[in-house]
Design a protein. Structure first.
Length: 441
């Protein structure tokens, strides 16, 4: 998922010797973002992190479909399973301000190593779960904590390395969540079918742990050049109209994003598709993400990040009404998965560069911390709401969740439309004042 996923914080350079793990590359201290060079290594690092954090999180839809079709925990309900997926995602965002502060004190890599340890322990312990509260603690909270400690320190790094190509670089990086989701969707379903659910957890723990360790070894920030304030929360941002519009976009986007991401496999089963086909639908959604995000990033750099994000968010809502609701066959559902997958996660790909435009690069960590707290509630409750809106036994039991997801995306795009109008008006006013000033002097 995320792409997944654009986010938060780094360390402030001190006069003390830098640890060997954080030794700067020759390009690291350049004042101006190099827009390439070693920055492309950081894109690869971001791609890997997204694949093995948000990519595996996106595959929770496979676990959810399995839980809903098997009575594994006697006291569990569908709401329990929906909450577990929401908790995993939401906890990773809730701890963002704390991780930002820890990153400032310890530098980038140490909190990421803590995250890898927590994520690995969470998966291993989940493989031994025998009661539903075990899953809440392991697959929900522990893995969620691990995700937060991994992605929060890494998120601002790519923005520090790129300026003109920032959206393209972030698009390529966030495509990792699509590739990871594609791999995990097929892989987890195959392991569950051929081995067991516990081994799906264990294999995921090993693979994710190794790949994230590789990413930690290669990640480098440019904090000494950018000098971010590294505030956990800068509440002064909350009085700005443009910031509130950005937060509104994030809140509404997540209602639609989580509903679509987690509901699609079970929706597929509800129209008569097999478990293998339902897993394939989830994989195709992630394939669309892997293809769409780099393209969206390239176009954003050319046409404007706010404009492109707004159009794609609206388009995602339209696809819910135009394609998802009528989808009653395997082929049409695949088509919807690919098309919607290309645009459904546009938030994760564009939130960081848009935050840089709205608040300025040094304020990105703080603004993103506020954003993660803002989207905590929709991420936690979106799938719970979707499952409550289902109509079991109806011809299309997911009609109401489909409408819910579509409306949320369309309303989210309206926030960006207003943000574009507001910023355009402000820039026009500033340009006019500068012109009058130059004519006078």
């Amino acid at each position: 998922m995320c792409s997944m996923m654009e986010k938060v914080s780094q360390n402030i350079t001190t006069n003390e010797p830098t640890p060997a793990l954080s030794a700067p590359h020759p390009d690291v201290e350049a004042g101006v973002p190099p827009d390439g060079g070693f920055g492309w290594v950081q894109v690869g690092v971001g791609f890997t992190i997204n694949a093995f954090t948000w990519g595996q999180t996106a595959s929770y839809s496979i676990y959810l479909a399995h839980y809903l079709s098997h009575n594994m925990f006697r006291t569990a309900t569908s709401v329990d399973y929906a909450f577990i997926g929401g908790i995993q995602f939401a906890v990773s965002l809730l701890i963002a301000p704390l991780v930002t502060i820890i990153t400032r004190k310890l530098s980038t890599q140490p909190p990421m190593l803590i995250g890898i340890l927590l994520q690995t322990i969470g998966f291993i312990c989940a493989s031994y779960a025998t009661q539903i509260w075990h899953l809440y603690l392991t697959q929900g909270i522990l893995i969620g904590l691990g995700l937060g400690f991994i992605f929060v320190p890494s998120t601002p790094v790519i923005s520090q390395w790129f300026s003109k190509k920032r959206s393209l670089a972030l698009g390529i990086s966030s495509a990792g969540s699509g590739v990871g989701g594609l791999i995990f969707s097929f892989g987890i379903q195959a392991i569950i079918d051929n081995i067991s659910l516990p081994w799906a957890f264990r294999i995921t723990a090993i693979v994710s742990g190794v790949m994230n360790l590789l990413a930690v070894a290669l990640i480098r920030n440019r904090n000494s050049a950018v000098k971010p304030p590294q505030l956990g929360l800068d509440t002064k941002l909350l009085v700005r109209y443009d910031v509130l519009l950005l937060l509104g976009w994030g809140f509404l986007s997540m209602l639609g994003y989580i509903t679509l991401l987690y509901s699609l496999p079970d929706f597929s089963a509800s129209i008569g598709l097999s478990r293998t086909q339902a897993a394939a639908i989830s994989a195709y959604l992630n394939l669309g993400t892997a293809i769409g995000r780099p393209m969206a990033g390239f176009v954003s750099d050319k046409l404007g990040r706010i404009e492109v994000a707004g159009v794609l968010t609206c388009f995602c809502g339209i696809t819910c009404f135009a394609i998802w609701i009528p989808a009653m066959s395997y082929g049409i559902t695949i088509f919807f998965a690919i098309v919607s997958g290309a645009v459904v996660g546009v938030f994760w790909m564009t939130v960081s560069p848009i935050a840089a435009e709205v608040a300025g690069l040094p304020q990105v960590p703080s603004l993103l911390s506020i954003m993660w707290l803002t989207i905590f509630l929709p991420i936690l409750f979106a799938e719970v709401i979707a499952l409550k809106l289902r109509r079991p036994g109806a011809r299309n039991e997911y009609l109401h969740p489909q409408i819910f997801a579509g409306l949320a995306s369309v309303l989210a795009s309206a926030c960006l439309l207003e943000l574009w109008r507001y910023r355009r008006g402000g820039l026009f006013k500033k340009t006019s004042q500068e012109k009058v000033h130059s004519e006078r002097f």
